[in-house]
Design a protein around this ligand. Structure first.
Ligand code: C2O
Ligand code: CU
Length: 491
């Protein structure tokens, strides 16, 4: 019974904590039947370090066969042989050590999406580390400064490598947080393009038009599977942390009219909850939601679906609704849940006083040779002039999408706040690292650069668009620290 020891340790720890603080609450207990999430639960990385404040894991990238649907086996690119990669869990403030080795036929790196790492740990070849060649290793070692759901993926040939299956979730929890919902799931949403024989599709499929649109996979996956199942008790709330790790696809989630109460997003909890009957996640974004499953009167029962979302020209025509998770009602009496606690977080709005104004147009050009090129202000990544920034500087970015497709813009290493046309914060306040810039619209973002000089990427998280030129660099200079010119090579 090897699992007894850690459980016992956790129990003792809880008892100890309760005794020491005199607090009565040891946290809510599960309301779901045993095994409710067995079909869908992510594999977790094993923490090899006995120090409670250090999480140390091994991570291998390698080709491995995975089953994405009953009988459909695919040789995908994986972390530790699984699709998605293992869930890595830590508490806020912990040190995370990841001993990474590359057993793929191509070079790669690991980027920690949304984590405010030092530049040396950001996983971008040329800016923070060399590529990790086949057979080589690299140790990622940093503090996780923020609670929230983050994710990891390569930053070399990103569209191809993410499309082949390289992504996983990093859940950073705050033990002080009191949400009042014991039953939690981490859902990694993605898709993969495979033919009927289970072969991965060519990442260049569809040629330039495929790049311009952004290639979506033909199998839509939740935690690496099609047709996942979940058992739920009528009336008992669940907390879902959701990451969209697909390389192009937006998800628009719907659960038979059941309300999603969003309590947070990319950078942890938001100012106050919001209720919606649909939840949209662009590629790269995360959501933290509470929902209460109820029996459905529709013939198929309660099903989590993704509705085609209008992300631009050609994105909704002839598109099917994807059935993501079938939720079966447990054979238990309905639970009469007390009203949920109102989960709030104080977030200081960033002041725009003295903010440097930066205008970024997202553009698409057709070149004389017929090829297409995305760019910032008409300039593709290969020829970019970095956005210059100084430590402590606040910048107000006005991002205008002049193309016919929406672009989830992602900034490495820093969170930003979205502000409205008048520069007032959009409420509820939230920290974002990825935000959808709808086609033919303008969004304004406020960002403050802290004390981590370096070259930080900013790009569309439709990874075909990033490869197609929609990528740039923020060159953050410190006093006396001059980051090298960014290296412009194909990621
Ligand atoms: Cu999630 Cu530059 O990436
Ligand atoms: Cu894009």
């Amino acid at each position: 019974m090897p699992s007894t020891t850690p459980r016992l340790a956790t129990l003792l720890c809880l008892v100890g904590l309760t005794g020491a603080t005199g607090s009565a609450a040891a946290g809510p207990t599960s309301l779901q039947p045993a095994g409710w999430d067995a079909d869908i639960r992510l594999a977790e990385a094993t923490d090899l370090n006995p120090d409670p404040r250090i999480v140390e894991v091994n991570l291998d990238a390698r080709v491995a066969e995975v089953e994405i649907a009953p009988g459909l086996r695919v040789s995908s690119w994986t972390y530790n042989g699984g699709l998605p990669g293992p869930l890595i869990r830590a508490n806020v403030g912990d040190r995370l050590i990841v001993r990474f080795s590359n057993k793929l036929p191509k070079p790669t790196t690991v980027h920690w999406h949304g984590v405010r790492v030092p530049i040396e740990m950001d996983g971008v070849p040329g800016n923070s580390q060399p590529e990790v060649e086949t057979g080589q290793s690299f140790t990622y070692d940093f503090i996780v400064p923020d609670a929230g759901l983050f994710w990891y993926h390569p930053h070399v040939m990103s569209a191809a490598q993410v499309g082949f299956g390289l992504y996983g979730a990093l859940l950073v929890e705050d033990p002080e947080e009191r949400i009042g919902v014991a039953d939690q799931l981490v859902l990694v949403l993605s898709d993969i393009a495979v033919d009927d024989g289970g072969l991965l599709e060519d990442p260049e499929s569809g040629g330039p038009a495929g790049m311009v649109f952004g290639r979506e996979g033909n199998h839509v996956l939740v935690n690496g599977r099609e047709g996942s199942r979940l058992v739920a008790r009528n009336g008992a709330p669940q907390r879902w942390r959701i990451a969209n790790t697909s390389k192009s696809r937006h998800f628009q989630l719907e659960l038979d009219g059941i309300i999603f109460t969003t309590i947070g997003g990319d950078g942890g909890l938001q100012e106050y909850p919001e209720q919606r009957d649909r939840l949209v996640l662009a590629a790269g974004e995360r959501a933290d939601v509470i929902l209460t499953p109820r029996p459905s009167s529709s013939p198929g029962g309660l099903v989590l679906r993704s509705i085609p979302f209008d992300r631009g020209y050609g994105s909704t025509e002839y598109r099917d609704i994807s059935e993501l998770v079938a939720i079966e009602m447990a054979d238990l009496p309905p639970y009469a849940a007390p009203p949920l606690a109102r989960v709030a977080r104080h977030i200081e709005p960033l002041s725009q006083a003295g903010a440097t104004r930066v205008a970024i147009d997202l553009t698409l050009a057709q070149l004389r040779n017929g090829e297409f090129e995305y760019g910032f202000n008409g300039i593709p990544f290969s020829k970019e002039q970095p956005i210059e920034a100084r430590i402590g500087e606040t910048q107000l970015w006005t991002v205008t999408n002049k193309t016919k497709w929406s672009h989830p813009l992602h900034l490495h290493g820093f969170f930003f706040q979205v502000v409205d046309d008048h520069g007032d914060p959009v409420r509820p306040l939230a920290w974002k690292d990825t935000v959808n810039i709808p086609y033919e619209r303008t969004l304004r973002l406020l960002v403050r650069f802290d004390d981590r000089p370096g070259n930080w990427m900013v790009h569309c998280h439709i990874l075909d668009h990033a490869d197609g030129g929609l990528m740039g660099t923020v060159r953050l200079r410190g006093d006396g620290v001059e980051p090298a010119r960014p290296v412009h090579r194909h990621r």
